[in-house]
Design a protein around this ligand. Structure first.
Ligand code: NI
Ligand code: MN
Length: 228
């Protein structure tokens, strides 16, 4: 399984011969790697929630690639209104089976609204995902604070790879994410995300690394790929 970090919360995962794009925020993202908004063949797009830095370029990329979008029910409805119908609307706790992969939507503590010209559009609630394929289990936490039920996610889905926000202000900071690693999750590899994209996301991978006692921190550069 190949896990490519595309900056912020965006990842491209390749497994079981399929390509999955998560939270494709490239336009207006100062940390985005070159040409990320033209990702080539994509089979699935997973969306954790409705904020602009996660929905990002979804409508454009979905229409260009025909990828199936997997997201919470309300975002699937909204995408229908944007003229894109190839969506699977689901909710927390549910699992979608897809060509040998599976996507389970998990709890996250955050908000989810899309800022449009007409005001803030309700987009359901925020979520994370557990992605399984090739015998691997990957937990993308979405935007969230640390919460003790991360231990239930670990128990149910046994992720060995975690993609965790660490930047603070809109999500848990390095200290909160390290507590998740040290006390609630049991990850072998953890990739920090959602930090330093904007000045307000202050915490760094170095600070996070110092605090993590359980699991190996892999701080990727935007565009870099981790093979697991
Ligand atoms: Ni958010
Ligand atoms: Mn965010």
């Amino acid at each position: 399984m190949d896990i490519q970090w595309l900056s912020h919360s965006a990842f491209r995962i390749q497994a079981e011969g399929k390509t999955v794009l998560i939270d494709p925020f490239f336009t207006g993202n100062p940390a985005s790697p070159p040409d990320a908004e033209n990702p080539g063949h994509i089979d699935y797009i997973l969306l954790t929630h409705g904020h602009g830095d996660h929905i990002g370029d979804t409508v454009k990329i979905a229409k260009e690639t025909g990828a199936q979008v997997v997201c919470i029910y309300e975002i699937a409805q909204w995408l229908g209104g944007q003229g894109y119908e190839n969506c699977i609307g689901m909710n927390i706790g549910g699992t979608v089976q897809a060509d040998g992969l599976s996507f389970t939507m998990t709890h996250a503590i955050h908000s989810s609204g899309y800022v449009s010209e007409d005001g803030v559009v309700y987009m359901g609630i925020c979520a994370g995902f557990v992605i399984k394929g090739e015998g691997k289990s990957v937990y993308h936490a979405g935007d969230t604070d640390v919460f003790s039920d991360m231990a239930l996610i670990q128990k149910l889905h046994e992720p060995k790879i975690g993609l965790l926000p660490i930047g603070g202000h809109f999500t848990m900071d390095a200290r909160g994410a390290a507590l998740a690693c040290n006390e609630l999750l049991d990850l072998e590899v953890v990739v920090p995300m959602h930090y330093k994209t904007f000045p307000v996301l202050t915490d760094s991978a170095e600070e996070f690394k110092k605090l993590v006692k359980r699991g190996r921190v892999e701080a990727l550069q935007p565009g870099e790929t981790l093979s697991v």
